[in-house]
Design a protein around this ligand. Structure first.
Ligand SMILES: *Cc1c(COP(=O)(O)O)cnc(C)c1O
Length: 423
């Protein structure tokens, strides 16, 4: 077959963009070559509906071993007793959890999207807000922090079936212990979505949600640095909250309900090439190298926070416990959209982001979200964070001057050569 040069040339262009630019999107990272090799392997050819040793297709003897290895490594990494590694993404993991334990119309209580939550936690544009009745808690205006007693009050008022904790742009620690008490008081199931800080949690650098939450979901491609995908985990099994019946009998436990909600509930055949990549990434995350990496991610985020504060930027909550910073740009008189569009001209990639109590639309926003997971993979340290902040500040200040933006871009492209990525 003729090689598809059009697409491969574009992939080459994207590789160059990644090599030459400064990647600060908090949800992105650079996965290892061996993870990519697994993703591009013959495993993509295999159908394997079902679970290891319980498949609906023949010829699964090899992929069974791969998927079981992924499950075992995830269990070890997170101290979980049950894991499903099949969700195609973080959104799919959350969809499966909700299908597995809720009835349509049930009330759910999640962290407000405009305060840092995720679309799949009840947004009206997402299945979670269309199929279920969404309610939200948020942060305090003065501190940018969640007040757990306010969450308790909200839960008491709403009486949700499911409480969701976890976020896409909240830089602080979660009180899973208090949230579990709240969930128990109102008879709710507690889900922690650790898509962003999963790497810190895996290596014990943030509170352990599995100790307190009934269910934990995550992506595998953010701080965890694996292939694009999702997982669902539990430490303890419980009675199935729905008491769901199947033609063959009753699904007795939560984990049986969750397995069924992934397949056949919301997905067809699992992506065994991605699952192989997940297994490799979990193995990598268990190493000392990864531990040093994820420690450095946080040191870098904290160094960056300090530099931004020194330059008079407002950071929501005043700092960070993880890999990300949410910066309120209103004091600098620039919108999130303008910041994103300006920085990209200098090959600095961030994303515009709503800040709590934002007065601008989600298409404009007053904030920018920055993360250190990707630049730390490239080998950058605290001293480099100071230079990054200097370059961001310069870029935003000279934003009307295209020539100066071009100068910053050239400087960045040169600098990135010191941190080779895949070459
Ligand atoms: C990124 C993210 C997701 C969704 O992950 P996808 O793989 O993009 O579907 C879900 N929840 C949270 C909190 C996230 O940050």
């Amino acid at each position: 077959m003729q090689r598809d040069s059009k697409i491969f040339n574009l992939i080459e262009q994207e590789a160059l963009r990644q090599e030459e630019g400064l990647e600060l999107i908090a949800s992105e990272n650079f996965t290892s070559k061996q993870v990519m090799e697994a993703q591009g392997s013959v495993l993509t050819n295999k159908y394997a509906e079902g679970l290891p040793n319980k498949r609906y297709y023949g010829g699964c003897q090899v992929v069974d071993l791969i998927e079981q290895e992924a499950i075992d490594r995830a269990k070890e990494l997170f101290g979980a007793n049950w894991v499903n590694v099949q969700p195609h993404s973080g959104a799919q993991a959350n969809a499966a959890v909700m299908l597995g334990i809720l009835n349509p119309g049930d009330r759910i209580l999640g962290f407000d999207l405009s305060h840092g939550g995720h679309l799949t936690h009840g947004s009206h544009v997402n299945f979670s807000g269309k199929l279920y009745e969404p309610h939200f808690y948020g942060v305090e205006k003065e501190t940018g922090l969640i007040d757990w007693e306010k969450v308790a009050e909200k839960a008491e008022e709403v009486k949700p079936k499911l409480i969701i904790c976890g976020a896409s742009s909240y830089s602080r620690e979660w009180n899973y212990e208090r949230l579990r008490e709240i969930a128990d008081e109102v008879g709710a199931t507690l889900l922690a979505d650790i898509s962003h800080p999963a790497g810190f949690i895996a290596r014990g650098l943030l509170n352990d949600p599995l100790e307190h939450c009934h269910i934990v979901t995550s992506t595998t491609h953010k701080t965890l640095r694996g292939p694009r995908g999702g997982i669902i985990m539990t430490r303890e099994d419980f009675e199935n909250p729905l008491g769901l019946k199947t033609p063959k009998g009753t699904i007795k436990t939560l984990t049986q309900a969750l397995d069924g909600a992934v397949f056949p509930g919301t997905q067809g055949g699992p992506l065994e090439h991605i699952i192989a990549g997940k297994a490799i990434a979990f193995g990598e995350a268990l190493t000392d190298d990864y531990f040093n990496y994820i420690m450095q991610v946080r040191k870098n985020a904290q160094a960056m926070a300090k530099e931004f504060l020194n330059r008079g930027y407002d950071i929501v909550s005043g700092g960070t416990d993880n890999h990300l910073l949410l910066i309120d740009l209103r004091s600098k008189g620039i919108s999130g959209k303008e910041a994103e569009n300006t920085l990209v001209k200098a090959d600095i990639t961030i994303n515009k982001n709503m800040v709590p109590f934002d007065d601008k639309s989600p298409f404009v926003t007053s904030g920018m979200r920055i993360g250190t997971a990707a630049v730390t993979t490239r080998g950058m340290k605290e001293i480099d964070m100071a230079r990054i902040v200097d370059m961001i500040d310069t870029t935003l200040m000279v934003r009307a001057d295209e020539r100066k933006l071009e100068d910053v871009k050239i400087e960045i492209n040169e600098w990135m050569k010191e941190f080779p990525l895949y070459s």
